[in-house]
Design a protein around this ligand. Sequence first.
Ligand code: ADP
Ligand code: MG
Length: 629
Amino acid sequence: IRRLHDSVVNRIAAGEVIQRPVSAVKELVENSIDARSTAINVAVKDGGLKLIQVSDDGHGIRYEDLPILCERHTTSKLSTFEDLQSIKSMGFRGEALASMTYVAHVTVTTITNGQLHGYRVSYKDGAMEHEPKACAAVKGTQIMVENLFYNMVARRKTLQNSADDYSKIVDLLSRFAIHHIGLSFSCRKHGAARADVHTVSRLDAIKSVYGVSVAHNLLKVEAQDDDPSSSIFEMNGFISNSSYSAKKTTMVLFINDRLVECTALKRAMEVVYAATLPKASKPFIYMAITLPPEHVDVNVHPTKKEVSLLSQEVIIGKIQSLVESKLRNSNEARTFKSQKVPVQKMVRTDSLDPAGRLHAYLTAIRSSIRQRRNPKETADLSSIQELLDEIDHSGLLDIVRHCTYVGMADDVCALLQHNTNLYLANVVNLSKELMYQQVLRRFAHFNGIKLSDPAPLPELITLALKEEDKIAELNTNLLKQKAELLDEYFCVHVDEDGNLCWLPVILDQYTPDMDRLPEFVLCLGNDVDWEDEKNCLQGISAALGNFYAMHPPLLPNPSGDGLQFYKREIDHELMAEAQIAWSQREWSIQHVLFPSLRLFLKPPVSMAANGTFVQVASLEKLYKIFERC
Ligand code: ADP
Ligand code: MG
């Protein structure tokens, strides 16, 4: 073991703080903002590798401070650890400038208020290379960073080969510009005259930076909470509406005026968009959140990029529900293009009919999701409201909201972690209840799944009964009579010839298992009480809930005991199909079901007793066992 030389230690640390040219720009601009500048100009050569120059009109740096300006851990913003709790400046670690001098040549020109001339001095490895030289200077500070990573060959090579950092730098300044509307920013390539300048309003700033199409599709959001027992925060911002379309999420987030990232919040936003908008575009989001400074831990990441917040989950939850209701309310005005369903979402069936599977005519069924033709005004049937009110959600709510999905334990149960407890949760029950509740909430407002081949009801019912029967005809006639109600309220469309043509979208990005269609149709005919309004709506909703629930696929699971089934049949195609069905279900459970459960499910009290949730272990108890070993 050898002790590393200080210069090696410092260079390694520097490489962490300054990862790319854009990280240097961020640090320099933050210093300028901390220095109370009103105009900040950036010039860049060769993506920042040759030159980064940041000029500001801030308070400048005193002559006496110049010798230690670029030493590690020298700062004017913090003196005791406790100061961190109330810090308002962006910098405080005193590492940025020092880091830059270990991986580049840094030259500082600065003048403080009331001085006749300024000073210029160059730095290397944390120290001045010569005494500061007097020079002419305009108000503020100018910092030049030249030949970044000149002594880190590999880093320089990768950066030279990678895409130009210039666009990243422009993007960074755009974000600053949106937030700091009282400040002017410009950024140009060295020698060129292009610049991004701030404008009067934030919306104008967004327009000039991200384009008119973004600015036209924004909704204003505001939220606050002032309850010390849950959370204290204020948030305002702009979020994209359903007409906005993009492949990537843009999230511009400021917490206490600090440009940061918060992965949990970003995820939460993406989930709301995916769950609320049928088109599920990635959103554009600008948010400024203000919290008491002592509620933010900015010191979780060396570049202060990620932060953690006190009562983060509460805050994210509040913002999430606000955004959700905003999106829902704005949905009426949406323009919506029909979308192609990805191949893996096509409904596949099998003609061999091994386990009572669908008749050959359904083989070709493909679903395509499109908007319902004429979205109705909210139907204010009081019985729907009553049914919604009857959901007596319980203490399980907290588990559902805050659980972590671990994986599937078997075909029907998922393993969940909540605090220090492990639970087995019945996915079929959970999804059934979720679908039921969603049917009530979307009542009369469904988007539709169109069956590419209309499915004749009599044949579906016969399939479900597994024999010819008079019931098929009776039920078909019954459902034909009820076609208007089914279509208007549930988007279950039966045409005049008794063919099923449309089904509702209950959870976006989710199509039910069409193998269960016959059972559903039979259930509509047999189990629904068509006489009483409330019972009728409840019955149809429950039938839909059961149909859309994430049952195990009818084909046995080829990666479990079910494998024997395929050995006997020696059918590779069938096995491949089963593999797809099972893995697709598992994917849906993790990526569609659980995120939606967290957002929408109100778990009824009965779920605590009926085996839907079973606590299997608590970590405290497990630790006790391990301690004995
Ligand atoms: P930190 O910002 O964490 O304090 P830095 O290494 O970024 O550490 O900067 C060190 C110190 O140099 C700052 O605390 C500040 O006093 C001074 N400084 C840096 N840049 C500027 C600037 N543009 N204008 C005025 N002072 C500056
Ligand atoms: Mg700094």
